[in-house]
Ligand binder design. Structure first.
Ligand code: ARE
Length: 487
């Protein structure tokens, strides 16, 4: 299940976090034009409605049933979105929450189904007490995961109070696979498996073995759904990501932390150390890894001194340019909404704040209006998605560094990037490996070939590559300290 299917020449996933289905449907034409492969959407199933705090984003990680009215819209709107995006060759991956249901307490979900977390009763599915792990399976007195050093606790006890499904039973697998099959039949192409670390690998593979092939209206017959499993593995716990690589891709959380530390120059890190980035840094094999600079958790509750987000816009663009120009993992771009942080003692007390809107409903997306950040539309990022696509499958070449924070590398004649993460201008002749010709800097200009276009006067214009692949490239320090050229 680790193989994904993209329209030819596309590769990159964008997470349109908390966007409504109708807005995603509209966005798909822009995404198709700019070469994105797929959209990761927020959990689409019926979720709990949390009022204290008011309507946090995380209410959507508490399933009440697998019916489809959620904060992002109705079942019909979801289906319309999937069909319209598929028609444009932009595929939909859903955030798949099947490890658990809600936390404690009772109420009514976003589609009107009742639930009682204390009684472990979810009539909308239906699930009852026997479908959940209890004292027989979970060894802790609290029923919570108390020790991440014990794989049994990690898999059989509750993660932050969330009622933990017994994923090894045929009945539970039939319900969760049935939910996924409903979506596959509508045209969904992939799944981000939430909290995969908290499911036994065998249960995950048994569940995925029950899935239909993708809908033949849009996908070659016999194509399986794509799965990338959320396993947070810093290398220090009982459960490791490599237990899951046989099933599908696995999130590599060290990627965002490592690149963040390098670009921020934490712990004496330097850009020049990136010359063997990837497996050489002890990370998962690139063909198993699913990677991102930040995600919806790490941008809120991660190590905020390492992780880069839209809030450090200049360093964030450098980090994204590097991951898109390099060749490691399947890359996802984060697309966020703004919230006012309240940092006390190194922790953001506002991390729960839900998407823009009021009374638990979400506003229509208007990119760059101050509410919706739309990192995926930033020119420095979306043009690097193009670079990434053009270079797909071409090995890294022409590495250069100054031993410090200035690097340059090519992609075997398809692209070349120079990054100047130091003070002062960098100007010299580089061996690019590119064919002779005129190129535009896609970090600051609209086009890759002349006429370069003028994005508000920032465009650095044309660069000439001579017959031996040499080019004189000048990269100022400061905002956008990069030049990227591609065929
Ligand atoms: C909310 C409240 C809780 C309350 C609970 C039940 O915040 O106080 O007890 O509801 O009522 C998200 C939020 C949670 C939220 C939950 C449900 O982040 O705060 O709980 O939704 O609404 C571990 C897991 C990893 C998980 C992270 C958050 O291994 O799978 O914790 N990430 C996914 C999603 C989250 C989501 C869930 C799972 C649950 O991405 O957005 O939670 O569906 C070390 C360990 C990691 C551990 C990490 C954090 O790094 O190695 O394994 O991650 O610490 O604890």
């Amino acid at each position: 299940f680790g193989t994904y299917y993209c329209q030819s020449g596309r590769d990159v996933v964008v997470h349109l976090f908390e966007w409504k289905w109708a807005d995603i449907q509209r966005e798909c034409s822009w995404l198709a034009e700019h070469g994105y492969c797929a959209v990761q959407v927020s959990p689409p199933m019926e979720h709990r409605i949390v009022t204290d705090p008011p309507y946090p984003w995380w209410q959507r990680y508490q399933p009440v049933s697998y019916s489809m009215n959620s904060r992002s819209g109705s079942e019909q709107q979801f289906r319309d979105m999937v069909g319209a995006c598929n028609d444009l060759g932009v595929y939909i991956y859903i955030d798949d929450v099947i490890n658990h249901m809600t936390g404690g307490g009772a109420g009514v979900g976003s589609d009107g189904s009742s639930f009682d977390g204390d009684a472990r009763d979810y009539p909308g599915v239906p699930f009852g007490p026997f479908d959940f792990n209890g004292p027989e399976q979970c060894p802790t007195a609290s029923g919570e995961i108390e020790d991440y050093g014990d794989p049994i606790q990690v898999r059989n006890c509750m993660l932050v109070g969330l009622r933990d499904l017994r994923g090894g039973t045929a009945y539970v697998q039939d319900q969760t696979a049935g939910y996924m099959n409903k979506l596959i039949d509508w045209g969904v192409a992939g799944f981000r498996l939430d909290a995969a670390k908290h499911m036994w690998p065998a249960d995950v593979s048994d569940t995925f073995a029950k899935l239909h092939d993708l809908n033949a209206q849009w996908f070659p017959s016999g194509t399986k759904a794509y799965v990338y499993q959320e396993v947070i593995d810093w290398g220090s716990e009982a459960v490791s990501g490599s237990e899951y690589t046989g099933i599908g891709r696995v999130t590599e959380f060290r990627h965002g932390k490592n690149i963040g530390d390098v670009v921020r120059k934490n712990f004496g890190q330097r850009m020049s150390y990136l010359s063997n980035y990837g497996e050489g840094w002890g990370q998962l094999n690139g063909l198993d890894a699913f990677v991102f600079i930040d995600n919806h958790d790490t941008q809120r509750t991660g190590d905020l001194n390492s992780i880069l987000t839209f809030r450090q816009s200049n360093m964030y663009k450098i980090a994204n340019a590097f991951q898109l120009a390099w060749q490691y993992g399947h890359v996802r771009i984060m697309s966020s909404y703004y919230w006012q942080q309240d940092i006390q003692d190194g922790r953001d007390h506002n991390e729960w704040i839900g998407p823009p809107g009021s009374g638990g409903s979400t506003s229509d997306v208007v990119c760059f209006d101050g509410d919706w950040i739309c990192e995926h539309r930033w020119r420095q990022i979306s043009n690097m998605v193009r670079f990434h696509n053009v270079a797909l499958g071409y090995p890294v070449s022409n590495w250069w560094d100054n031993g410090g924070d200035r690097i340059a590398f090519g992609r075997s004649g398809r692209g070349f990037i120079v990054i100047n993460n130091e003070n002062g201008e960098l100007s010299q002749s580089f061996s690019t490996g590119l064919p002779e010709g005129q190129y535009c800097d896609v970090i600051t200009c609209d086009n890759n070939r002349p006429p370069c276009g003028d994005s508000g006067g920032a465009c650095r214009g044309e660069f000439s590559v001579d017959g031996s692949g040499q080019a004189l490239i000048t990269v100022p320090a400061g905002e956008d300290p990069m030049v990227a050229l591609h065929v």
